[in-house]
Design a protein around this ligand. Structure first.
Ligand code: SF4
Ligand code: SF4
Length: 210
């Protein structure tokens, strides 16, 4: 089959329903075309009833197993770009230390208002002001993404917080707050993969992890 497009960016949200297909998704992209960029993450159930949202989350252990399996294949063959792996590896190699707390991107909603997060456009609680008023820009420049509504004490000492972003992302806080055990769930889901990637980098490239 001949593919007539290039540089395809795929973002996959994983839920309980599609999680068994994660390896198949990866296989499809690597076998059919080399210029895929693939992001995958558990579904962020914004706006859903918290019980419904919780029921949709993937099984953390299975998700993590699939991600690690894909990581090892990817590291050896590098068939497509997976920014999640690249970023964590760079961090482990100390080539790129992403800021732990992000600055919001300037964004204007359809209503002419600036919001503190592009993903929260339209949510009046996160509105800063009219885009054409200089006071709005002054206020925008002063804010960052700190939002300590969800997190657990360990997150503040954790070197992976810059990837989890629990204490530093208004959008995640709004979407996930109120789901019982949500931080523990994400911790279980991601920590083993972070650790495995850093251990692999350390083992294969003989460079100490931070
Ligand atoms: S890995 Fe666990 S402890 Fe570390 S930031 Fe993520 S959720 Fe918090
Ligand atoms: S609040 Fe979260 S999603 Fe929004 S800009 Fe900040 S880090 Fe990004």
């Amino acid at each position: 089959m001949v593919w007539e497009y290039k540089d395809v960016y795929v973002r996959t949200t994983i839920s309980k329903i599609n999680q068994s297909l994660i390896p198949d998704m990866y296989d499809f992209m690597r076998e059919n075309y080399s210029n895929f960029t693939w992001e995958f993450s558990p579904i962020v159930p914004a706006g859903l009833n918290k019980e419904v949202a919780k029921a949709m989350l993937p099984d953390a252990e299975l998700f993590c197993q699939s991600a690690i399996q894909i990581f090892h294949h990817w590291l050896e063959h590098n068939p497509i770009e997976i920014p999640l792996f690249t970023e964590i590896m760079k961090y482990c190699l100390e080539l790129n230390i992403p800021p732990e707390i992000m600055q919001p991107r300037l964004n204007v909603g359809h209503d002419g208002m600036i919001y503190r997060c592009p993903l929260l456009i339209g949510n009046q609680n996160y509105k800063i002001g009219k885009y054409y008023e200089s006071s709005t820009l002054v206020a925008f420049r002063k804010i960052d993404c700190v939002w300590r509504r969800i997190s657990k004490p360990e997150c503040f000492e954790c070197k992976y917080n810059r990837f989890c972003c629990f204490s530093s992302c208004a959008y995640l806080a709004v979407s996930l707050d109120g789901i019982e055990g949500i931080v523990d769930f994400y911790c279980k889901l991601w920590t083993t993969m972070y650790t495995e990637i850093c251990a692999t980098v350390n083992r294969e490239l003989h460079i100490a992890t931070p």
